[in-house]
Design a protein around this ligand. Sequence first.
Ligand code: AMP
Ligand code: MG
Length: 531
Amino acid sequence: MSATDLGLVWNNTFTAELPADPVEGAALRQVQDAAFSRVMPTPVSSPELISYSPELAQRLGISLETLKSTAMVEALAGNRILLGMDPYAMNYGGHQFGNWAGQLGDGRAIALGELKAPDGTLHMLQLKGAGPTPYSRRADGRAVLRSSVREFLCSEAMHFLGVPTTRALSLVSTGDRVVRDMFYDGNAAPEPGSIVCRVAPSFIRFGTFELPSSRGQHETLAALADYTIRHHFSHLKGAAQPDRDTYVAFFTDVCRSTARLMVEWMRVGFVHGVMNTDNLSIHGITIDYGPYGWLEDFDPGWTPNTTDAHMKRYQYGNQPGIAQWNLIRLANALFPLVEDPVPLQEALDEFANVFTHGHRASWGRKLGLTGLTEADDPLFDDLGVALQAAETDMTIFYRNLANVDLRALDPAQIPAELMEAYYQPEQLTPTVISQITGWLERYAARVGLEISGDQRRKKLMDSANPKYVLRNYIAQLAIDGAAEGDYSVLEDVFDLLRKPYDDQPGREKWAERRPEWARSRPGCSMLSCSS
Ligand code: AMP
Ligand code: MG
């Protein structure tokens, strides 16, 4: 029986089994032939626990008493290293906005170790904003409160939406100020600093494989692939001693899970904002919440990221295509282990296949339809067109569509339930109205083919169309409060987002259209990468 701190048991397979950087500490450097560098978090002035996820704590076997204890809060701020932790920053590279960027690595994230949960599974705990690492480049290794609140809330919101994601255990304020130029306009200002403790099976990214591969360091590449397969893809044939077929099976798995993730993002209207290859997880989970956003008015060309405002590379409608582009980068990185392009190409075809079928089934659920075939695709495509004919709130439209009486459609009038989705009713000219009601009639005809009744249709739709999502302005209101030391909105919203598919009487205001004041306010419409 090993000694433990706070009753927590750690089993650090990543640092035990993978090649380490021989140098320790945070001095900036290019790190060759190593998966990680050992580095300690830099202590902060006065850590305080702002918020935490009780559900995740329970899953990890951390009692609330332990979580709130001084020792644990210090650990979650990087001020105390618990017995059994082995802190490090991961080495990885990545393609940023389409260009190879070389070594990136964890510049402000420090992994603490792998915590053993009561069910025996291992969970990597990682502090984001814990201070400089060898990969911090010119930055400070810290995170500001506004970006930490956004990461904390959205990670948990995504979990409760049923979208695969890294989790967030805690949000801690540091008592220190962090200087940021929020608008990149030369007006840098101090902001409150904070740290989120993120949790995932691992934080291995596409870029983790790209870096050693780009350097021709094939032994390190193989060590990383073998480790990943052994621990995280152990269901694959030959996982204990991977060969070419195992590497292909691993890549195929990543293609499939990434496709399923894209289906989910599209379903809920999530726009990641920075789909660089260093921000895509090999687990097919959402990772690295930065300038993300939620579609309000349905515009496939929308990106929340100001850095991407011109290229719009990461706009909502591009996400599945970008995911595939990123997978091609991963295929290239793994090529030295497989040495045959054919099976890798077949795996990429599998991405398209899984996405196409998954997406069709997903929008079928959103419309309460089953047994969809390719012949149904035009119905969905034309809905996309109709939703863009006037500024339409995606979440409200889908959610309220389940309540429309399809037997009482009027070709000259949009049903009252759907009127709630329109931002600018004056855009609803007779032509636009007939476009929308024309689509509703086709939809009603298709629904008429279903044997299930209206009740079942509504149930199916309500389970696929959230009533509450973390609208950009809602996150901003939580941030505004938190910046003043008032966490009531944050807690209220966190609670709300635990049951995103339920009607929650008394909380309707959070399901309404984005208020007009938020249309152009920073943080509510556009977000910079500065965080
Ligand atoms: P991102 O695309 O935002 O996930 O970050 C790209 C790279 O920049 C990663 O290597 C990050 O660790 C690094 N980075 C971002 N912000 C900071 C910061 N404040 N200090 C150090 N490194 C950072
Ligand atoms: Mg990142």
